[in-house]
Design a protein around this ligand. Structure first.
Ligand SMILES: N[C@@]1(C(=O)O)CN(C[C@@H]2CCCCN2)C[C@@H]1CCC[B-](O)(O)O
Ligand SMILES: [Mn+2]
Ligand SMILES: [Mn+2]
Length: 299
């Protein structure tokens, strides 16, 4: 039972500065000590050092370079035998995190907890922000939709659509909806969360992910999956999100599968609201991570 923590202070996948400050804020909230108190050996691999962000059309180079570094770091953490915790930074970092995880462990399942699908291709994206595109870079089925781009030649798709589950979707672009339908990706949007309840959603998620063979799970947790009343300090808030309790339940349930192999916690941006909102967002992020590693509300 050991955890390797990587800080990825990177904001280049989206236009709002501040998200690069989140790794140190989550550490300062007590992540390492609390994980040790929960019985884990914890190794902090520190924060990755990224080049200064390039602007405009060169931005894609910054995102490719940052994710290449992250992929190598995640591979190292997995080779060292730890469960990997990647503290973002924006969600474009899932490209490197999942890529490095798959390079180390082979086939894996991805549980993507997010208000958004983050599956735009470079050609379908309306914003051009790469934090809305990571899943498109990762899926085998979309490899012919990704044009060659500078600093991205190292990325090989490594996830099959059938091994992905989404929870929390409530702001999906038309192009993304089309791709999700065409690829038959399993989606529990907020409608299904309302209809089924989070317990049934997690039951169906775990059955779906392990009905063939039990693969290591990569949990990519975008803090904007949670309702903005709880986690306002994030770049693309969307009303009608998961309650604090639902968010924690998802993490508790994944922890008890014993299959969690890597978790991303991304999109916390402390510059977008006041102190109270930042504090609520950071403490919720901490609680979600502690729940991923066995903390139960029953004690
Ligand atoms: N699909 C998006 C993209 O930019 O591609 C567009 N969307 C914002 C847009 C605002 C107007 C109404 C429709 N939605 C954000 C999303 C990316 C979220 C990235 B994440 O990491 O926060 O999930
Ligand atoms: Mn996201
Ligand atoms: Mn999101």
């Amino acid at each position: 039972r050991s955890v390797g923590v990587i800080g990825a202070p990177f904001s280049g996948g989206q236009p709002r500065a501040g998200v690069e400050r989140a790794p140190d804020l989550i550490r300062a909230a007590g992540l390492l000590t609390r994980l040790q108190e929960q019985g884990y050996a914890v190794k902090d691999y520190g924060n990755l050092q990224f080049e200064a962000l390039l602007d405009g059309l060169q931005r894609v180079r910054s995102v490719g370079g940052a994710n290449r570094k992250l992929s190598e770091a995640v591979q190292e953490v997995k080779r060292d035998g730890h469960t990997c915790v990647m503290l973002g930074g924006d969600h474009s970092l899932a490209i490197g995190s999942v890529h490095g995880h798959a390079a180390a462990v082979g086939d894996l399942s991805v549980l993507w907890v997010d208000a958004h699908a983050d599956i735009n291709t470079p050609l379908s994206s309306g914003t051009g922000n790469i934090h809305g595109q990571p899943m498109a870079y990762l899926l085998h089925e979309l490899r012919d939709q990704i044009p060659a781009q500078p600093s991205f030649s190292w990325v090989q798709p490594c996830v099959s659509a059938r091994d992905v589950v989404y929870i929390g979707l409530r702001d999906v672009d038309p192009a993304e909806h089309y791709l999700l339908k065409r690829l038959g990706v399993k989606v529990f949007s907020m409608t299904e969360v309302d209809q089924l309840g989070v317990a049934r959603v997690m039951e169906e998620t775990c059955d779906y992910l392990s009905d063939k063979v039990k693969k290591p799970i990569h949990l990519s947790y975008d803090v904007d999956a949670i309702d903005p009343s709880v986690t306002p300090a994030t770049g693309t808030p969307v009303a009608g999100g998961l309650t604090y309790r639902e968010g924690v339940y998802i993490a508790e349930h994944i922890a008890q599968t014993g299959l969690l192999s890597a978790v991303d916690l991304v999109e916390v941006n402390p510059l977008l609201c006041g102190e109270a909102g930042v504090s609520s967002t950071v403490s919720t992020a901490l609680t979600l991570l502690l729940a991923c590693f066995g903390r139960l509300r029953q004690g």
